[in-house]
Structures are given as structure tokens and as C-alpha cells.
Design a protein around this ligand. Structure first.
Ligand code: ADP
Ligand code: MG
Ligand code: MG
Length: 883
């Protein structure tokens, strides 16, 4: 089998489409090489080797060794060097690269192939001892950390001590002899820790690094990252081995990272940072403050540090031309890594750049205007779930701002919380229900859990491409990075800043839009959606087939949903209205009444309130369809809990509190979710259905008069399992419609349907469809009843199920397409066989989940219904599924 794919010198065995086999980085290195861009020659060991490695007790396929060193020789030929050579040694970088980029998850080893002999050859050849020793010390430290598993802090300490003793500030101040003495200490440290010397054999070094990349696929932080992003472990990572190029060869050399457009705003402007005389991750690690790539950005930032554009105009111009070329080629914004070795530019990586939702929208819309993308392609360029970010709060412009300091606006949105200094603290606080801002000098992959738990992230060091900034943008969390005026004192739990002091636990607000750090909690505003949002949504609306409705019962929610583009209400849960204001007392009267007469008396009090609620909703929806579900939950949910509440109801009814207490007790159930609820209540107490039907019909007449738009209510009977249940309730609804028409003289059009939320209903759909004019899949209950898993108790074990791989996803979040989905398909098919024009929709949480929406498109449902804030997501997801 072929396990290794070479690239370099304008050629490549791989290509961009081979991402699954070569990983994202490898596939794109191959592609750039084929495009003729200057990529250091190298090769990719495939993800299949990673799979093989884990399937075979961490060993390699037999042919791998031969293929690997053949490929190394090829790199040697291309560079005119030899691996391990003591005159012209070939040095390698060993880089991981999975199918999708996992920022900072996998470690890279640079300068591999150096040892006590080759380092001297390098020094002689480059005529630069400092450069050679700088590379060697980097290699020893990285290799010891990544491959040998030693603690990098101890190496840093040796370096810090050296700098202190010699009164040096920056790493770049250390001279050749300084590095040489540090190298000796590093080697001693390794020998001390491991009981054997640092490996001198380049081949052994290479095998070690390759193994470390594969092993790193299973380190806890990589596993966590995959869990958080729903990525399967089975994908594996590739290993990229590549000739080294050197950004640390003095003042004419540099290394940097860039985005072809601003990843925060989407503005079409090259955007990036670099460091002179540096290597690898110096730029993102915040070791020195990086410089701007373009002159424009430098001026905007008010920095006096020269830009790459001024410092190395030729390399800059060449780089800019590649940026344009790669954007055109990939038809997307690119995230690039490059190194300049003595004025010569080398491209080290390109990939589609991560961006905020705001930037994603702008880039998609701009690229259509630029003629790069079609409208349909643009729709596919914005991840529906990311729209959530746009709905983040921002700081009220009129609010008082007590500005402590200003850092970089690294990820949009604003957040307030108490200061914590460690990720573990942040996680603990979240568990206790406290809101916190994670404040760090800088973050690293070990902080992922804390970043997740915090409302926002604040760092004192690092740029827009620092770990904190990149990860926060990916999470859609507010982040202010590089607030350099903050002096964070972890030990004493305080921050000093320009004469002020903040303590752990103090509340601060960060504004990811301006980079401001504010003292105290500041008033926030709900977001306003930009013009690009409207543009993309209009394209999505043209592209989609399914309608998008909302689940709403309050006028407030209904209005928000309309503003977000909802095309009706798919689920109005009437019981939510029962808790409004004083009405719960009447509801309790109804429940605790001992007779039908008593119930009717209480229902009569509720009627005008319900009528008003429905009339408001009909008016807001202005002729759009509104599905109203009759009372669903078990009655005891409404019961008085305290003596006080009991006394209140007793007074209202003129009844004995003790008698009421007994009645309340009698209503208790062992298994309320499977008990006396849904249509079962309506079968027992049809007068409830009658009151609700009357309220709906009278409201329809009122609203039609008010708005001039005809109202066609859809009345939904919950939890039907047997057709006769539906028939009984439907009979009462029909009688009520007739009565209201006679009383008002108005004509009424309406539909009666049911929720499909029991497996029996799905199976008997043919029969039920004889009476039901529509089905709405209530997938929350349908998931619960199909799995036989209680929704309210699932949290205690579903996590374990996911961790053990029994279930890939929480079926209450993303539809179980095989099981629950099959029931939906059966019900759809059987329902349509009876009634070809039956209306079908979904109204569970799944109606706002892109993957579930995709399933609904395939099942041919007419609409999805979701909570108001997910309506834009559903509109976009429905368009992506249809196209
Ligand atoms: P990550 O996936 O974490 O970005 P990379 O494999 O891209 O890791 O490596 C990190 C950095 O190491 C790169 O940004 C680049 O600066 C440096 N690097 C990688 N390969 C080479 C190389 N062949 N020559 C010089 N520097 C390299
Ligand atoms: Mg890295
Ligand atoms: Mg990289």
C-alpha cells in the first residue's frame, strides 16, 4: 500500500481533494506545491497509518520505513542536502494535520536532524553560530517536550535564569555562546530526567517525532476538542514532514501568519502579524509583541514598529500576490503561515480561515459581489449554527464606561462576570451557576475547558492570532486579548493596572468589539442584524423549500420570531399561558374543583384571558398559520406547592383548604410524563377542550376583524395514540366552532390535527390521518417515548453513553435519524397514503438543529418550527439542505 505522498518543486502526489487521506494541512501543502507556490519540499504520511497504528497496538505497517526514508531522500535531492549529513545536513519539520484543523491540539517539532555534529555543520555553512545554536536549543526543547514528555517549564527556567544572570531582556539578545551554554544545560537536564542522553541519531529522532504526532491524537486535550466539536476519533491525523526553512537567520528573516480578510469583521484587507528573526510559534506564543504585515494595519494600530510591507517590500508583494491567488483558487478567505529566510518567501500553510459569523456573512456577500461565488455557493459558506454569535449582546452605547484598560478586540460580543485566574476555577464557578471572566496572561490548549465555562476571556499578552483569540472566535465567545497594561499577579490573585487594582471575584465587563476592559457590570443591548445578514437570508429564503415557523406563546416571543423571519407559529403551548399573572389561581380552581360544574365555573374565568392571548398572537402573525396545542402537561404541575398557595385557592373557591389538599394529593402520579396528560386530560374533562376551542374561535373572529387578514387556526390535540381519542376531542371542537359561528355570524375555517409523539401514533398514522388534517412531529416526546428515556433524567447517564461511544450525540439535541427518524418516515408515508395533502411539520427542539433540519428536508416535511432565536439558523439550514 502507499502510505507516503511527496510534494515540492512545483509537483505533488496529493491534492486539495485528498483531505481525508492527507489531512487538511497535507492536502493543502500538496495543492500549493502543484500551483507552483514556494513550498519547502516534503511528504505526508497518511491518516490511514494513524488508523493502522491504533488498530495494531501502536505499531506501523511493514512498508512504512522504506517509503518514509525514500521520501526523505527525495527531499534531500530537492534541497541538495542529506539527512544526518555532517556537511550539508537536511533539517526537517514534523507537523501533524487532521482532516479539520484542530488549533493548537497537535504539536510540531522543528529543526529535527540536529545533533552535536550537524549543528556545527549548520553553523559553518550559514556562517552564523548564533543561528545554528538557536535552532538546536529550540529543537532540544521542543523534542523533549513533545516526544520525550519532559516538562517545558524546566527548559524555560534554564533560559530565564540565563537571561537574568546576564541581564538580557529578550531571547533575541542571547548570543551564540549563551545558547551553547544553555544547550549544555538542556542536555544535562534530559539525561538527568531520563537516565540517557538526548537522542543524537537523526533517524531515531524522526521515528520518535512521527510516533509523537500519532500519539498526540489521543491526548486528553485532543479528545476533549473532538468531543466538543463532534469529530470522530476514527479520522486519525496525518504527519507532514518537510524541509526546514529558517525565519531565525537574522534581521533579513522572519516568520508570520495572516488572513486574506479580517477574520473579525470580514473586511477585505490582508491582515496579519509577523516577527523578525523568529521561528515557528513565536508569533502566536506572545513571546514578543508581533508587528503588523501591512502598512495600513500598522497605521490603524498606531504602532511605531515597522510593517512587513515597509521592511521587506519584495517579499511582501510576493506574499500578497499568493494571497490573492489562493483566495481565488479556494474561493474562500485563507488563513496562511509563511516564513522568510534571508529575503526568500516560503509558504508553510493555507486553509480556509476561521471567522466570526459577522465576518462569514460579509465575506460570503462580498464574494458574490466580486464574482467569486454564486449566490447558491454563498449560502453554503455560512455555518447556520454560527449565526448564533450575531445574536450576542453588545454594550449599550449610552452606558457609563469605567474603562480600566484597552486590549485587542479579539472576538466580538460583550460579557460581564467575576474575575477568575484559572480554567479550573472557571469551570467550578460555572458549575455553581456563577458567571466569570477568565483572565490569563495568555491561554494554551490546556485552558479549553475554562474558556468554555467562562462568559468571556481576557489576556494580557498575545495578538489577534493568539490562542485565546482564535479559540474564542471559534467558540463565539467575547475575548479581549493582549491588554498589555494589565499586570496579572496569579499568586496574590490581583491585577494591577495603571494605579488601579482588581481582585479575584471582582466583576468586570469585556467588550470584544472595542477591546475595552470595564469595571463592574455594564448595561447590554440586544444585537441588531447587519445588511449582510438580510442579504444572505434573502438568498436563503429563495433557495429553501421548507417553511420556518416558531414555537411561541407570548406576544414578545412571537414578535421577535416575526422579526427573525418566522412564517407562522408551529407550536403555541397553551399551558405556558396558565402561569401568567393571577390566572394560576383560576387554573388551580379548575383542577381542584370536585365537579364538572365547578370546573366550568373556573374555566369561564380563564376564557377571556385565553381569548385575549390568542387574539394577540393572531394579530401579530397577521394571517400566517398558527398552530395551537390544547392543554398538554399533567395537571399536578399546576398544583399549589405551599400552604400559602393552597389557602389562596381555597379562598377564591370558598372551599376547605384540607379538602383541597386531599384532592391535590390524589392527583399525584408515579410517572407523570406517561400519566394523565395530553389528550387523556381532554378525554376525562372535555370541558377544557371546549373552553380552549371557544377562546381560539372567538379570538380568530376578533383578529380577522381587527387586521382584515383571515385567520385559519390549526388546533392540535397532543399525545394521541388511538384514533378514537382524537375523534372524541375533535367532536367537541367542531361543535364549538358551530356554536361560535352561530353566535357571531362569522364564517370560520380551521384545521384539527395531532402531534405525533408516541410510537403507536406513528405506526397507526394511516388510521389517525382519517381524522387529523395535519401532523406535527413532537420530537421531544417522540424521542423520549421511542428510546424509553426520560427527558428529565437523561442528563445523569447520557454523558456516559456519549463518552463510551454508545450514542454519538444527545438524541434530544440532534434527531436520532435511524430510530426516531424511521418512525417519522413511517408516519409520513402512512399519513399521506390516507390523506395526500396532509400538512406535516416538526415542532420539537430538533426543528432548530441544522442536522435534524436536513433530515426533515429529506423526509419532505412542509415546515420546521423552532424557538425564536433559532429561526434565522433554521432558514439558512433549510436552504442549505434544499440546495
Ligand atoms: P499548527 O497546526 O499548530 O499550526 P504547524 O504544523 O503549522 O502547527 O507548525 C507550527 C509552526 O511551525 C508553523 O506556523 C511554522 O511557523 C513552523 N513550521 C512548520 N513547518 C516549518 C518548516 N518546514 N520550516 C519552518 N518553519 C516551520
Ligand atoms: Mg501548534
Ligand atoms: Mg499551522
Amino acid at each position: 500500500a502507499k502510505w507516503v505522498y511527496s510534494f515540492g518543486n512545483g509537483e505533488a502526489e496529493g491534492a486539495a481533494e485528498m483531505r481525508n487521506l492527507l489531512g487538511g494541512k497535507g492536502a493543502n501543502l500538496a495543492e500549493m506545491s502543484s500551483l507552483g507556490l514556494p513550498v519547502p519540499p516534503g511528504f505526508t504520511i497518511t491518516t490511514e497509518v494513524c488508523t493502522w497504528y491504533y488498530d495494531h497496538d501502536k505499531s506501523y505497517p511493514d512498508e512504512l520505513g522504506a517509503q518514509l526514508f525514500e521520501a526523505v531522500d527525495k527531499v534531500g535531492v530537492a534541497t541538495g542536502r542529506n539527512f544526518g549529513d555532517t556537511e550539508r545536513p537536511l533539517l526537517l519539520s514534523v507537523r501533524s494535520g487532521a482532516r479539520v484543523s484542530m488549533p493548537g491540539m497537535m504539536d510540531t517539532v522543528l529543526n529535527l536532524g540536529l545533533n552535536d555534529e550537524t549543528v556545527e555543520a549548520l553553523a559553518k555553512e550559514a556562517n552564523d553560530r548564533r543561528f545554528a545554536y538557536d535552532s538546536y536549543r529550540r529543537f532540544i526543547q521542543m523534542y523533549s517536550d513533545v516526544v520525550l514528555g519532559l516538562d517545558h517549564h524546566e527548559f524555560e527556567e534554564i533560559l530565564e535564569t540565563h537571561k537574568e544572570q546576564n541581564e538580557l531582556e529578550l531571547d533575541t539578545d542571547v548570543d551564540a555562546d549563551g545558547w551553547l551554554s544553555i544547550i549544555a544545560k538542556y542536555k544535562d537536564l534530559v539525561e538527568e530526567e531520563l537516565g540517557k542522553p538526548f537522542p543524537q541519531d537523526p533517524r531515531e529522532q524522526l521515528w520518535g517525532a512521527v510516533g509523537a504526532v500519532f500519539s498526540s491524537w489521543m491526548v486528553p486535550r485532543a479528545v476533549t476538542y473532538r468531543r466538543l466539536h463532534d469529530l470522530p476519533a476514527s479520522w486519525g491525523t496525518a504527519v507532514n514532514v518537510q524541509a526546514m526553512v529558517f525565519g531565525n537567520m537574522g534581521e533579513g528573516s522572519a516568520t508570520g501568519v495572516a488572513f486574506t480578510r479580517n477574520p473579525s469583521t470580514g473586511e477585505k484587507a490582508l491582515y496579519g502579524e509577523f516577527l523578525v528573526n523568529a521561528q515557528g510559534e513565536d508569533v502566536v506564543a506572545g513571546i514578543r509583541t508581533p508587528q503588523d504585515i501591512t502598512e495600513k494595519a500598522r497605521i490603524e494600530a498606531g504602532s511605531s514598529n515597522p510593517s512587513l510591507e515597509m521592511l521587506m517590500p519584495e517579499a511582501f508583494a510576493e506574499f500578497q500576490s499568493y494571497c490573492d491567488r489562493l483566495e481565488q483558487h479556494y474561493k474562500d478567505m485563507q488563513d496562511l503561515e509563511f516564513t522568510i529566510e534571508k529575503g526568500k518567501l516560503w509558504m508553510l500553510q493555507t486553509r480556509n480561515g476561521k471567522r466570526t459569523a459577522k465576518a462569514a456573512l460579509k465575506i460570503a456577500v462580498d464574494m458574490v459581489e466580486e464574482g467569486v461565488l454564486s449566490e447558491e455557493e454563498a449560502i453554503g459558506r455560512v455555518e447556520p449554527g454560527a449565526l448564533d454569535q450575531l445574536l450576542h449582546p453588545t454594550i449599550d452605547p449610552d452606558a457609563e464606561r469605567d474603562i480600566v484598560t484597552t486590549g485587542l478586540p479579539a472576538s466580538p460580543g460583550a460579557a460581564s462576570g467575576a474575575i477568575v485566574f484559572t480554567s479550573d476555577e472557571a469551570e467550578k464557578a460555572k458549575g455553581d451557576g456563577r458567571k466569570v471572566i477568565l483572565v490569563r496572561v495568555e491561554t494554551s490548549p490546556e485552558d479549553i475547558h475554562g474558556m468554555h465555562a467562562a462568559e468571556g476571556i481576557l489576556t494580557s499578552r498575545g495578538g489577534m492570532t493568539s490562542h485565546a483569540a482564535v479559540v474564542a472566535r471559534g467558540m463565539g465567545k467575547p475575548c479581549v486579548a493582549g491588554a498589555g497594561a494589565l499586570r496579572i499577579d496569579y499568586r496574590n490573585g490581583v491585577i494591577n493596572c495603571a494605579g488601579r487594582q482588581l481582585k479575584e471575584g471582582d466583576t468586570i465587563t469585556i467588550d470584544g468589539a472595542t477591546g475595552q476592559v470595564l469595571s463592574g457590570e455594564v448595561k447590554m443591548l440586544q444585537p441588531v442584524l447587519s445588511g449582510d445578514f438580510g442579504t444572505l437570508m434573502s438568498w436563503a429564503d429563495r433557495g429553501r423549500r421548507m417553511k420556518v415557523r416558531t414555537n411561541a406563546e407570548t406576544p414578545q416571543d412571537a414578535k421577535v420570531a416575526r422579526d427573525f423571519g418566522a412564517e407562522g407559529i408551529g407550536l403555541c403551548r397553551t399551558e405556558h399561558m396558565f402561569f401568567e399573572g393571577e390566572r394560576i389561581i383560576s387554573v388551580r380552581e379548575m383542577i381542584l374543583a370536585g365537579s364538572e360544574d365547578g370546573r366550568r365555573a373556573a374555566l369561564a374565568k380563564l376564557l377571556p384571558m385565553q381569548r385575549k392571548d390568542f387574539a394577540d398572537l393572531f394579530e401579530i402573525m397577521h394571517g400566517l398559520p398558527v398552530t395551537i396545542r390544547l392543554l398538554d402537561p399533567p395537571l399536578h404541575e399546576f398544583l399549589p406547592k405551599s400552604d400559602e398557595e393552597l389557602a389562596e385557592v381555597a379562598t377564591a373557591m370558598g372551599a376547605d383548604p384540607e379538602l383541597l389538599r386531599d384532592r391535590a394529593l390524589a392527583l399525584e402520579e408515579f410517572n407523570p410524563m406517561l400519566g394523565h396528560r395530553g389528550c387523556r386530560l381532554l378525554v376525562s374533562y372535555p370541558e377544557i377542550a371546549e373552553m380552549q376551542a371557544r377562546a381560539i374561535f372567538e379570538a380568530a373572529v376578533l383578529a380577522a376583524k381587527e387586521t382584515g387578514a383571515p385567520v385559519v387556526p390549526e388546533i392540535m390535540v397532543p399525545l394521541v395514540g388511538v384514533k378514537a381519542e382524537l375523534d372524541l376531542v375533535k367532536g367537541r371542537i367542531e361543535a364549538m366552532a358551530k356554536a361560535v359561528m352561530e353566535e357571531t355570524g362569522a364564517e370560520l375555517t380551521y384545521h384539527v390535527g395531532t402531534m405525533i409523539e408516541l410510537p403507536r401514533a406513528a405506526l397507526r398514522a394511516a388510521e389517525i390521518a382519517q381524522s387529523a388534517e395535519f401532523f406535527s412531529f413532537g420530537t421531544n416526546d417522540l424521542t423520549q417515548t421511542t428510546f424509553g428515556i426520560s427527558r428529565d433524567d437523561a442528563a445523569s447517564f447520557l454523558g456516559t453513553y456519549q463518552a463510551k461511544g454508545i450514542l454519538e450525540q444527545d438524541p434530544f439535541v440532534s434527531l436520532d435519524q435511524e430510530g426516531v427518524g424511521e418512525l417519522i418516515s413511517i408516519a409520513t408515508e402512512r399519513g399521506r397514503a390516507t390523506r395526500p395533502d396532509i400538512k406535516l411539520g416538526i415542532c420539537g427542539e430538533h426543528g432548530g438543529d441544522p442536522a435534524s433540519i436536513d433530515f426533515c428536508e429529506g423526509a419532505g416535511l412542509e415546515y420546521v418550527s423552532c424557538s425564536p432565536f433559532r429561526v434565522p439558523i433554521a432558514r439558512l439550514a433549510a436552504a442549505q439542505s434544499a440546495l
